[in-house]
Design a protein around this ligand. Structure first.
Ligand SMILES: Nc1ncnc2c1ncn2[C@@H]1O[C@H](COP(=O)(O)OP(=O)(O)OP(=O)(O)O)[C@@H](O)[C@H]1O
Ligand SMILES: [Mg+2]
Length: 272
């Protein structure tokens, strides 16, 4: 049932009529209840269920894309290098069989170089999956490495401010989250911002670990920030939410985007 306010707006209501009949004539009681809040809650719940479904679907797609990319790299790069080594070995064996040792030394040197290149490929693939630096040296060197790598790869200038490594005691879960968030933010800068410079600042503020990433690109719009359609922003919000922190996106049209991630260090995450 709909009622109207004096300004014409509608109030969703629920009407319950109960018949009370004792000995006398039948009597009715009627309750009219304003269900605006209930309806809003239901709609918000349906919206968040839909967003979760979208996220789950995109997550599956992203996992498949990632697997396809890794499979392709392993096949194309490692596969080719190993095939080349096998051909070289067959060539050397033939030389040994025929007793013709000429040019064998040269071929062995080339093979040693190819083994080095193969080892480098393995290292690069493994680092891409999970950088050892994160486990071995901690979050500060890992973020520094990532920022420098980004600068070299994209030519976008990075202005980096990091705290003194020794002052920070960051749980592994937080370290991984900050590493992955910076990775996604920098990917977004490359893909969407058209920026020349990125300022990255990590600091401990009271009990919080705070990461600020600011670019001087086109600036994310409010609609893009609010949309739950893509995985990047939603994934970062989920990560930060699990650690009971928050992430804020601020875009200024034509002037850039600033993303602030703030996570309390002491609270233990409720889930992975
Ligand atoms: N630094 C940025 N500058 C300008 N626009 C941005 C920036 N970061 C994100 N955006 C905009 O916000 C949108 C949402 O970002 P998000 O990372 O969620 O998605 P995506 O990068 O398009 O896809 P993916 O799910 O693969 O990350 C982007 O499509 C882009 O339009
Ligand atoms: Mg993205």
């Amino acid at each position: 049932m709909m009622l109207r306010r004096s300004d014409g707006s509608e109030i969703p209501t629920e009407l319950v009529i109960t018949r009370i009949s004792r000995d006398g004539p039948a009597m009715f009681t009627a309750f009219i209840r304003d269900v605006t809040m209930e309806r809003r809650t239901r709609e918000a719940l349906a919206g968040s269920e839909q967003r979760l479904r979208n996220l789950a679907a995109r997550l599956q797609e992203a996992i498949e894309e990632e697997r396809t990319r890794i499979a392709r790299e392993i096949h194309d790069e490692l596969g080719q290098q190993l095939t080349a080594l096998k051909l070289d070995l067959a060539w050397i064996l033939r030389r040994y069989e025929t007793g013709d040792r000429s040019a064998v030394d040269e071929r062995l040197t080339a093979m040693a170089n190819l083994v080095d290149a193969t080892a480098e490929t393995v290292r690069r693939l493994a680092t891409g999956l999970r950088p050892g630096i994160l486990d071995d040296l901690g979050v500060v060197p890992a973020l520094e490495w990532q920022a420098r790598e980004f600068e070299t790869r994209t030519g976008i200038c990075v202005d980096l401010t990091l705290p003194d490594d020794d002052d920070l005691d960051v749980p592994a879960e937080h370290a991984t989250a900050f590493f992955r968030i910076l990775q996604e933010l920098l990917t977004n800068v490359t893909r969407h911002a058209k920026a020349k410079t990125v300022r990255i600042c990590l600091e401990q503020d009271e009990g919080d670990l705070v990461l600020e990433v600011q670019d001087d690109g086109r600036g994310i719009s409010a609609a893009e920030t609010a949309s739950g359609g893509s995985l990047g922003l939603v994934g970062m919000r989920e990560r930060v939410g699990l650690l009971r922190g928050r992430i804020d996106f601020e875009g200024t049209p034509g002037a850039g985007t600033k993303v602030t991630t703030r996570v309390p260090l002491r609270v233990v995450a409720s889930a992975r």
